[in-house]
Design a protein around this ligand. Structure first.
Ligand code: PHE
Length: 350
């Protein structure tokens, strides 16, 4: 074998070594066997041909073959190291033009069913000419109780046990979480003379046993109308119109509003009435039950006096409805606790 023939072989095999794929463990093994294999490897094969080279050139050719073998070994070592560390040798299939791997598009949220219900209630009252007022959730005894004609130590206070932040003082100045939105009646009348026509939505708190129908926290919408010549007939007409608008306007599994006024007692209204809506349920004896949705009545003259409004000139009505109960009736939700658990399987239905 002539020197030039061997040189040509070395050049060809060097080119092959440089181009051989080494992206996978299989590639590496094929490479090792082909170029470095002790029995049939092409480089080993060339070494066996060195005897045919003129003696004075053997030394140089031997060095070149060693260099060839070393370059194969180097490439193989580098590829194995890359494979081990998880990178592909050559990284030839990295396509920089592909779109990035983005996470699945975020799911679209929606308003909580209570928020939706509250918005619907407010829309209806706005259409009836009511303004929206707000008061603090941390109230003082005066606004939550005393001004509303619950004298300190009066048993009527037991109807609404709450969470006291500061012990009730004898002069009626304890600090507490409001038990209802009625203190906003007092705040509005303290701030503005009649005529008044407002609703006051918000969160209220009761120290009560939790069950399918009561929770320690819930929402109310208070209503207050004070003007000359306001009568109980106005109250009844307003609440009836409201119930028709609310229950009739739903496009969900709405329940027909069957309602009744029932005489009741509140220290701050006289006379007072509660409104119940029929909860139809075929599995119950009697086919359902009445569910209380609000308290109401004519503003007690003592309340007007407490806020400096002349009860000889003005009369008014007030009501306070439970937002959770409205949502439950409208959508057939049978357990109030579902509204606070934030289970998306439940919430997604609305
Ligand atoms: N505040 C009363 C309650 O929470 C409801 C009510 C409001 C009653 C206004 C009459 C007038 O039980």
């Amino acid at each position: 074998m002539s020197e030039t023939a061997l040189e040509a072989d070395i050049a060809a095999i060097q080119a092959e070594i440089d181009a051989a794929p080494l992206a996978t463990p299989d590639d590496a093994e094929t490479f090792r066997v082909r170029f470095l294999g002790r029995k049939s490897g092409v480089v080993t094969d060339l070494f066996s041909k060195i005897g045919a080279v003129p003696p004075e050139q053997r030394r140089e050719m031997g060095q070149r073959l060693n260099g060839l073998k070393q370059s194969a070994q180097d490439r193989l070592d580098a590829a194995l190291a890359d494979l081990e560390s998880g990178t592909e040798a050559g990284a030839t299939d990295l396509d920089l033009t592909l779109p990035g791997r983005v996470p699945a598009p975020a799911e679209r949220g929606s308003l909580h069913v209570l928020t939706q219900t509250l918005a619907d209630i407010q829309d209806i009252f706005r259409s009836f000419g009511f303004a929206v007022a707000r008061g603090p959730e941390i109230e003082d005894d005066w606004h939550n109780f005393t001004a509303l004609n619950f004298p300190p130590d009066h048993p009527a206070r037991d109807m609404q046990d709450t969470f006291f932040l500061e012990a009730p003082a004898p002069e009626g100045r304890g600090v507490l979480l409001r038990t209802h939105t009625s203190p906003v009646q007092v705040r509005v009348l303290e701030a503005q003379p009649p005529p008044v026509r407002v609703i006051a939505p918000g969160r209220v708190f009761r120290n009560e046993a939790i069950s399918y129908k009561s929770y320690c926290l819930f929402h109310q919408v208070e209503g207050l109308v004070v003007d000359e010549g306001v009568s109980f007939a106005d109250l009844k007409a307003m609440l009836t119109a409201f119930a028709r608008a609310f229950f009739g306007a739903s496009d969900g599994p709405a329940r027909e509003a069957k309602m009744r006024f029932r005489p009741s007692f509140f220290p701050f209204t006289e006379p007072s009435a509660e409104v119940d809506v029929w909860w139809a349920d075929e599995s119950m004896p009697g086919g359902g039950r009445w569910m209380e949705i609000l308290g109401s009545g004519m503003v007690d003259p003592n309340v007007l006096v407490n806020v400096g409004v002349d009860p000889e000139r003005y009369t008014g009505y007030a009501f306070g409805m439970g937002v959770e109960r409205m949502a439950m009736l409208r959508h057939g939700i049978d357990d109030i606790r579902l509204l606070y658990e934030n289970d998306v399987r439940f919430l997604r239905q609305f």
